[in-house]
Design a protein around this ligand. Structure first.
Ligand SMILES: [Mg+2]
Length: 246
């Protein structure tokens, strides 16, 4: 099973640059460019670290301060803590409460403000928009997270308060992400034809490739759910939004 290798926002390679060029070339054809947010246009790891450090401070669990953004490779909390060097007994003692604290913070407008845009992501989306596409942000975040999400999109320079740009959020937090993104296809069809689709969840890219075979569907390689699904072999992988080496 081919799994993503975790975030590498400063990655540069000729293959990666060629894919960015292909995205811009496709943008000239018009239609819809659909972008996922978490783990795609935005790096969520600062939000994760913030929540863990708040918990560490509140409950005097100083070992949790060892967790840094590079320790997040997937969605497994225990694995992340272990990688950071948090002792096993501390993990088993604090994990249930930490998980509960995390859940009360992570899915809120207040905390999405800790995320930052992936380097080069806002520039790419703006260029896609300026080439003549409509831009849709299609996210598993729910309606309650709209306010913080809108602020983040504006703050990092993504096209937002402009004609032909829309943010689609989930009506209910308990709705499964892929099911929501499947349902959203009906709404998208009213706006235009999906020509570009970027997401870091294998099930979502596979779904969009199935329904939009001619679109440029791109798997963004950061982290994703532990579901045993692999992106279809016809789907290219993007590791970063950097067009030039730094
Ligand atoms: Mg995502």
């Amino acid at each position: 099973m081919r799994r993503s290798r975790g975030y590498d926002p400063l990655h540069h390679s000729s293959e990666n640059s060629a894919l960015l060029v292909q995205i811009l070339d496709t943008a000239r054809e018009g239609g819809l460019a659909v972008f996922d947010l978490d783990g795609c246009l935005f790096d969520n790891r600062p939000r994760q670290v913030q929540i863990i450090r708040e918990y560490a401070s509140l409950y005097h669990c100083w070992e949790l301060y060892k967790v840094e953004i590079h320790d997040f490779e997937d969605w497994s909390f225990p694995r992340t803590l272990k990688k950071a060097g948090v002792p096993d007994d501390v993990i088993s003692l604090h994990y249930p409460a930490l998980r509960q604290y995390w859940e009360s913070c992570f899915f809120t407008s207040a905390y999405v403000r800790y995320d930052h845009a992936m380097p080069g992501a806002a520039e790419l989306v703006r260029r896609v928009y300026e080439a003549g596409m409509k831009v849709i942000y299609l996210t598993g975040r729910d309606h309650q997270m709209r306010e913080g999400t809108e602020q983040s999109l504006r703050r990092f320079g993504f096209p937002y308060d402009e004609p032909g740009v829309r943010l689609l959020t989930k009506p209910r937090a308990d709705m499964e992400d892929t099911a929501f993104k499947e349902e959203a296809m009906e709404t998208l069809a009213a706006y235009g034809q999906v020509r570009i689709y970027l997401d870091n969840e294998p099930s979502n890219v596979n779904l969009y490739k199935k329904y939009h075979a001619d679109a440029l569907v791109v798997f963004v390689e950061t982290d994703h759910s532990p579901r045993p699904v692999e992106p279809l072999s016809s789907i290219p992988w993007l590791r970063s939004f950097l067009a030039r080496p730094i």
